[in-house]
Design a protein around this ligand. Structure first.
Ligand SMILES: [Zn+2]
Ligand SMILES: [Zn+2]
Length: 422
């Protein structure tokens, strides 16, 4: 127990964290290019925020939250997603009174008590963007274009972008009635959750994960058939802007988001062959969310992507990010009494922006050379009796084994030049 990370969590070891940094940099650059700025919110929030902002009829809130009571008896929850946190920050800092739209992105760990499986963890990481304060279909298209830009920069080509409109409260109400009528004769076959929720929230049956629920409502009417003229127009414009900008997508009227504050555009990115749940990210418009969380009537749109799932997709596509590793210079003190000049040289190299390492135990020269090899050092600098007495250093180029002797005063400059050609 003591020596094993909790179920559903894992360590990102240094080799692996390089892949993460690479992906994070790509995402950050793309988001900033599109005018989104980073926000960092707390890892835990008041439980009520998620009950309202994610919806207490969702699996996330009803089954999967890490909720705890602190020493002052507050109910707090480790964030299961990022959107509600951004909405809370927006309201708390009155940012809806400033320049609109407010455009944010975030990275970070999220927590859900879910059954762990390949690419799914209880502490997992999401990247997301949110844009508040505009109903323009151009903004919908922009957010989707940013998502596509990020995927293009990672090198992922095999993916499907699904697009749909989930309408507004007006068209959803007429659809809701029709859907309930359709479900009633099949209600016996629904899972226990759906039996309870279909009367109030029939759309939740559509995104229920139980295959039996999906089977029993096969052939159900779709929300798309009930869109009001305004919602049709909005959707047509989004599709038009995407087409004008060569973004390919497929209309998917099965794509729903079961909660009332989700409106109009909904989208998901699927990667074929990364497991049962092929979605690596998705999002949409949520014009009712800010108000539902206690803020003003303010439209919003965003998406979130699972970092683990993108990394998994990259791995399966055989895309290995080419990471530039720092060149390392290893300084070898041939004898314990040369440790002090070696430490000094290492410091001078680091001051010059050169990554330098040494062995403080002054083991045998052979052991130190092995160490340098393991670190993949580009150059090794030898400090032995001859060098110290003669006031020079011996530099060995590890790739061609050439050796150079240079005066100690010129060593750093010489090493810098030599590294450029390594
Ligand atoms: Zn509508
Ligand atoms: Zn169900």
């Amino acid at each position: 127990m003591l020596t094993k990370a909790p179920r559903g969590t894992y360590d990102i070891l240094p080799e692996e964290s390089r892949r993460w940094q690479y992906l994070e940099n790509i995402i950050k650059e793309a988001a900033e290019l599109y005018g989104y700025r980073e926000i960092r919110t707390p890892i835990f929030e008041h439980t009520e925020l998620f009950e309202r902002g994610v919806g207490d009829s969702t699996d996330i809130v009803s089954k999967e939250m890490y909720t705890f009571t602190d020493k002052a008896d507050r109910s707090l929850t480790l964030r299961p997603e990022g959107t509600a946190c951004c909405v809370r920050a927006l309201i708390e800092h009155n940012l809806y009174n400033g320049v609109l739209p407010v455009k944010w992105f975030y990275f970070g760990p999220m927590f859900r008590y879910d059954r762990p499986q390949k690419g799914r963890y209880r502490q997992f990481h999401q990247f997301g963007v949110e844009a508040f304060g505009s109903r323009s279909p151009y903004l919908d298209a922009e957010v989707i274009m940013l998502l596509v830009e990020i995927l293009a920069r990672t090198g992922l080509k095999e993916y499907d972008l699904h697009l749909n409109s989930v309408g507004c409260p007006i068209c959803r109400e007429s659809y809701r009635q029709e859907l309930i009528k359709y479900i009633v004769p099949h209600q016996e076959r629904l899972c226990n959750d759906c039996k309870v929720r279909y009367q109030n929230n029939p759309l939740r049956v559509l995104d229920c994960k139980q295959p039996e629920c999906q089977k029993s409502i096969e052939g159900h009417p779709t929300l798309f058939d009930y869109l009001c003229p305004d919602c049709h127009e909005h959707y047509a414009q989004v599709k038009n802007y995407l087409q004008e900008n060569q973004i390919s997508f497929q209309h998917d009227d099965k794509l729903v988001r079961g909660l009332d504050y989700y409106t109009n555009t909904a989208f998901e990115v699927h990667i074929p062959g990364i497991g049962a749940q092929s979605a690596i990210g998705g999002g949409g418009r949520y014009d009712g969310l800010v108000e539902a969380c206690g803020g003003p009537k303010l439209p919003g749109i965003g998406f979130a992507m699972g970092m683990e799932r993108i990394l998994l997709a990259l791995e399966q596509a055989g895309i290995n990010p080419s990471l530039v590793q720092n060149q390392i210079v290893f300084v070898v003190a041939m004898n314990e009494q040369y440790l002090s000049p070696a430490v000094k040289l290492v410091k001078q190299l680091r001051d010059a922006g050169i990554s330098a390492e040494m062995d403080y135990n002054a083991r045998s020269a052979r052991a130190q050379m092995k160490h340098a090899d393991k670190l993949n050092a580009s150059l090794v600098v030898l400090l032995g009796e001859d060098e110290i007495e003669g006031g020079f250093v011996t530099i060995r180029n590890m790739s061609n084994k050439e050796q150079h002797q240079v005066g100690l005063a010129q060593a750093v400059e010489f090493i810098n030049t030599l590294l450029a050609s390594c």
